[in-house]
Design a protein around this ligand. Structure first.
Ligand SMILES: NC(=O)c1ccc[n+]([C@@H]2O[C@H](COP(=O)([O-])OP(=O)(O)OC[C@H]3O[C@@H](n4cnc5c(N)ncnc54)[C@H](O)[C@@H]3O)[C@@H](O)[C@H]2O)c1
Length: 295
């Protein structure tokens, strides 16, 4: 099995930019692909800012920041991922958009390259089937924010080559992460258990059980969770959560996964959470204030 030296990342949004950062910090030459120059430039600049803050706090040596940024570059061209030993995909949670890219990269990348998806809820087999290398496809599911969260769910399908799986597992460890082994079911381990809880919280507000603030406070103080379900939903991205709900409801036909009407309405009105400045909380205020939906 060839050693991994060069990493390609698809998408430089919330997750892709974090994955690109930890890959470059771990010593890999890393190229991140976005649909526009503005988007990958913003992501790389954001990584530079984050690392700069760590230097200011004395948590990172200036040379390490500089060498990390020296290993990182952005592009809009898929061809520039041709030499990568592993491709980690973190674009919107849409199977057709992901598969269109896997089909293209299948023809561009070397036969040994490993393909890995950071999907939250799609199954890896449905992407492997779009390529001529299903045995070299795995799931590498990181958590938000990637530079902070230790967990990576490493997912194997019924077609994954055991050596490829081992290489991906060790790659996750080489990023300083704690990998776990998961079967290829929608939502893997964490989202299988977490998503119904997040959707139930939204239904509780719809039913007037309690307010957004009190439910968040209740779950934080009552369970020790670092944040409540609404702060978490805003962090994940309400558009992404809505897509995850559709995909998991389709897979399990269990209504606990289905997106509640309130979530649907919010997404159609552009409330995406922290990344759009408004979700269950309004982030233009400091501290963020709960949005009054008058329901
Ligand atoms: N947000 C989370 O907490 C979280 C956690 C784990 C996994 N995920 C998964 O990671 C993936 C990305 O989620 P996100 O939250 O970073 O979303 P995001 O909306 O922040 O970023 C998605 C990025 O993909 C880019 N994109 C779209 N089409 C593209 C293409 N053809 N080529 C390259 N880039 C393209 C968009 O421009 C956008 O910047 C999804 O599959 C999601 O389910 C999300």
């Amino acid at each position: 099995m060839p050693e991994i030296k060069r990493v390609g990342v698809l998408g430089a949004g919330l997750m892709g930019s974090g994955i690109a950062q930890v890959s470059a910090q771990a010593g890999y030459d890393t190229v991140v692909r976005e649909v526009s120059d503005a988007l990958h430039e913003r992501a790389v600049a954001g990584i530079g800012k984050q690392l700069g803050k760590a230097v200011d706090k004395g948590k990172l040596a200036a040379e390490d920041r500089d060498s990390t940024l020296g290993r990182l570059r952005g592009t809009t061209s898929l061809e520039e991922l041709a030499e990568c030993d592993i491709i980690i995909e973190a674009v919107v949670e849409d199977l057709e958009i992901k598969n269109e890219m896997w089909r293209t990269l299948d023809g561009i990348c070397g036969p040994e390259a490993i393909f890995a998806s950071n999907t939250s809820s799609l199954t890896i087999a449905d992407m492997a089937a779009a390529t001529r290398r299903p045995e070299r496809m795995v799931g590498l599911h990181f958590f938000n924010p990637v530079p902070v969260m230790k967990l990576v769910e490493v997912v194997k399908t019924i077609a994954t080559d055991p050596e490829v799986f081992e290489t991906a597992f060790e790659f996750a460890r080489s990023l300083g992460k704690e990998p776990i082994v998961c079967k290829d079911n929608s939502g893997f381990v964490v989202n299988l258990l977490l998503v119904p809880y997040m959707m139930d919280a939204i239904r509780a507000v719809e039913q007037g059980v309690a307010s957004v603030e009190d439910i968040d406070k209740g779950m934080r103080l009552g369970t020790g969770y670092p944040m409540g379900p609404f702060t978490l939903s805003d962090f994940v991205g309400l558009d992404t959560l809505d897509k995850i709900g559709d995909i998991m409801y389709n897979e399990y036909k269990d209504k606990r996964y289905a997106s509640p009407p309130l979530l649907r309405r919010m997404v159609s009105l552009g409330y995406q959470g922290r990344k759009s400045g408004k979700g269950f909380y309004d982030y233009a205020q400091d501290p963020p204030r709960v949005v009054d939906f008058g329901i």
